[in-house]
Design a protein around this ligand. Structure first.
Ligand SMILES: Nc1nc2c(c(=O)[nH]1)N(C=O)[C@@H](CNc1ccc(C(=O)N[C@@H](CCC(=O)O)C(=O)O)cc1)CN2
Ligand SMILES: Nc1nc2c(ncn2[C@@H]2O[C@H](COP(=O)(O)OP(=O)(O)OP(=O)(O)O)[C@@H](O)[C@H]2O)c(=O)[nH]1
Ligand SMILES: [K+]
Ligand SMILES: [Mg+2]
Length: 456
């Protein structure tokens, strides 16, 4: 994985057929320029860094023109990877881009692994590990807020305080080790200054750690399943909420047979909404399978919208379905309040969150969204100034850093020998270094970058 001698190539843009007007093939590594010169015919133009050349990509064996294209040259170290980078800006669509990539591979490049361009940017010292992770977050962001946090990360919002804390710890460690080695030649340690430095770092680490829940929400989002008996208006709710005709709605019970998905953003949180088949006993094989999928969706969801109808009140069928989903985080949705008052539904008292609405009339959706944010702890995400939200890997390392710092504090308080201080301080430095990548193993890098898409 850490081989940076090869020149790598990949398609850098999405290649869904017929959706992009331009597609980019990217090369990075020592042979990039040589490969590009073999493939790209740009008469009377100079091959200088940060210039765009106009010409044709040709198959060097046959001379056949593959595409009319622009070529962008970025010579080391002024490039994304700090290596020589060449980009072919081709016509979009699968064929030109894939043929140009193929030519690169036939003429000395190797297909890049997922995330390998960004890995090289990290290995060559252009970005630290948190910035590299932010690149992947930005590409994968499914809400404006998630993208905003990722961009802040790319600009060092997390890396900078962590790097500074680690560097302060290193300074303190140096002071301590000097005392261990040459105690007699040095003035005594300023223990109270060290204590208060450690305290400051400890508090900052705690503050950053507190952002990990919203990091999880922003990155993974919420899976919400709409569940209930037939005809209560589940599909109508999905349609009203997503402002679409995504799901079929009829007055026939048993209309929805399979899980229907729609992706929304609620207060900055990406939400995957699943409309499901109405749960009932059925003799129909297809419907029975659909109902089993509904139950599975309820089990897999982060939140169940258990939907009933004000027109019919709380029926024995509702009670039976409730029994099956009551262990899940749940909101009771009372639909069709245009037909009857919501208090017609006499539901079990243990249900805490209840939202009355009329899906067919688009009424009550905002209240539903508010209830969802309340239940997920997502209210603060809509706050405009939010720009830090750590991921699970970062949270795990920070937790270790926090524990080690706590031990350093205790060691100081108990007046233990200096050797003890330095052991815990070293552990904290190691944990902080894992976050920025100043201290990181190859297997951790593998795990991080293998989650990237190809071409990043
Ligand atoms: N065509 C294209 N668009 C793109 C990218 C790309 O690689 N190619 N990017 C890829 O992610 C993003 C832009 N990010 C970039 C970040 C750094 C450098 C870069 O060359 N940095 C060098 C030199 C800067 C300079 O010339 O002064 C550096 O920081 O050392 C390029 C793109 C989004 N758009
Ligand atoms: N009056 C009124 N009718 C509604 C409302 N919501 C849905 N309906 C009607 O209720 C009927 C059933 O709606 P659907 O959305 O198909 O119900 P469902 O729960 O998805 O039904 P299945 O997929 O069969 O389980 C349709 O005729 C809708 O127009 C509402 O808020 N008020
Ligand atoms: K229906
Ligand atoms: Mg339905």
């Amino acid at each position: 994985m850490l081989n940076t001698a090869d020149t790598i190539a990949a398609i850098a843009t999405a290649i869904v057929p017929e959706t992009g007007s331009i597609g980019i093939v990217r090369l990075s590594g020592a042979s990039s320029i040589a490969i590009a010169r073999t493939l790209f015919d740009a008469p009377r133009q100079t091959w200088e860094s940060h210039r765009v050349l106009y010409g044709h990509v040709r198959d060097p064996r046959t001379g056949e023109a593959i595409d009319e294209a622009l070529l962008l040259l970025m010579l080391a170290p002024r490039s994304f990877t700090r290596e020589d980078v060449v980009e072919f800006h081709c016509h979009g669509g699968m064929i030109p881009v894939q043929r140009v990539l193929q030519l690169c591979l036939e003429n000395g490049a190797r297909l890049a692994d997922p995330g390998e361009f960004t890995l090289r940017a990290f290995l060559n010292g252009r970005i630290d590990l948190t910035r590299a992770e932010s690149v992947a977050d930005l590409v994968g962001a499914r809400s404006v807020q998630a993208a905003r946090v990722a961009l802040a990360g790319l600009q060092g919002k997390l890396a900078e305080p962590i790097r500074q804390s680690r560097s302060t710890c290193l300074d303190i460690l140096a002071e301590i080790e000097a005392r261990i080695d040459f105690e007699e030649d040095l003035p005594p340690l300023d223990e109270s200054a060290i204590s208060s430095s450690i305290d400051r770092i400890f508090c900052q680490v705690k503050e950053i750690l507190a952002t990990s829940d919203r990091g999880e929400l922003l990155r993974s989002g919420l899976k919400v399943a709409i569940v209930g008996r037939p005809n209560v208006g589940k599909s109508s709710l999905l349609n009203a909420w997503s402002r679409s005709d995504r799901a079929i709605v009829t007055d026939l019970p048993g209309t929805t047979r399979d899980v229907v998905e729609s992706r929304l953003v609620v207060g900055g949180i990406p939400v995957q909404v699943l409309d499901t088949a109405g749960i009932r006993e059925s003799g129909d094989t297809v419907e029975r399978i659909g109902v089993e999928r509904s139950r599975q969706a309820a089990r897999d969801a982060d939140l169940v919208l258990f939907t009933v109808s004000a027109a019919e009140g709380w029926t024995t069928a509702d009670a039976e379905i409730y029994r099956q989903v009551s262990e899940r985080p749940l909101i009771l949705v009372i639909n069709k309040i245009d037909l009857a008052p919501a208090d017609r539904v006499v539901y079990p008292r243990q249900i805490e969150r209840v939202v009355p609405l009329a899906a067919a009339r688009n009424q009550g959706i905002e209240k539903l969204e508010k209830a969802i944010l309340d239940s997920a702890g997502g209210n603060e995400i809509s706050a405009a100034n939010l720009d830090l939200a750590i991921n699970q890997r970062q949270a795990a390392a920070l937790t270790r850093a926090k524990q080690s710092l706590e031990q350093v504090r205790e060691t100081i308080e108990r007046g233990l020998p200096l050797d003890f201080w330095s052991i815990d301080l070293r552990a904290a430095i190691g944990a902080l270094g894992e976050i920025t990548g100043e201290e990181v193993t190859e297997s951790v890098l593998d795990r991080i970058f293998s989650r990237f898409c190809i071409g990043k």
